[in-house]
Design a protein around this ligand. Sequence first.
Ligand code: PGA
Length: 256
Amino acid sequence: MAKKLIVANWKMNPASLKEAEKLIAVYKKIKLKNIELVVAPPDVFLEHLSASAAAKGYGRLRLASQDIFYKNKGAYTGEISPKMLKSLGIGYVIIGHSERRRFLGETDAIVNKKVLAALKTGLKVILCVGENLTIRKKGKKAAENFVKTQLQRDLKDITKSQKLTANSLFVAYEPVWAIGTGKNDIPEDAVEMAIFIKNFLKAKSYKLKAAYVLYGGSVNSKNIKNFLKYKDIDGALVGGASVDIKEVKKIFKQLK
Ligand code: PGA
């Protein structure tokens, strides 16, 4: 991927639609040829923000949901389906974020169902994987084995979906200990893991000709370039810094 993909994961921020409009206006002004930009606001703002982006003819900004359910309709109170997102013109979905895995009981089996449903509906998937600190402390091999198992489980039966291409699946490597903590992974370690993930995805079972891997975990204007300068890191998933207007401006200034 020649361009780098930046995914802004707003998480459960900001607190109001008014603030969301203010924030998205900053993203709409970003027009960098080398960057593909995806913004993931809370679902409740998606329709409004996508309608206003379309109305203003803003072509480059893509929107994502931060999660989906794995059925397209039915008695699943509180859930949002892949088809509903598709009908709003939303093209991407983040699946398996570690906050959902840790705090909301999302298992690999659930993540797998969501990935299959999203791909079937034609949504591009940003699949989050990553080890916790206990595992990382055991060393590189332990971290790689953990991530490999996550990928095997999360992508189970994926070939049946017939929809998996390099452009429909982006793996976000986010070491759990680096998320929201201000502690980045060492860029060289992140690159090694990115290469490991790519080799895994290109191996026989998935038959992907290319695979794209993003890095996430306390990415901000001070460190983003340290990660994106490597050809094997195809982009970044930015959380906390993506809802701070000053930081957003600084980040994209860095990437000019
Ligand atoms: P962070 O979050 O940038 O705040 O560490 C990243 C993420 O959770 O996707």
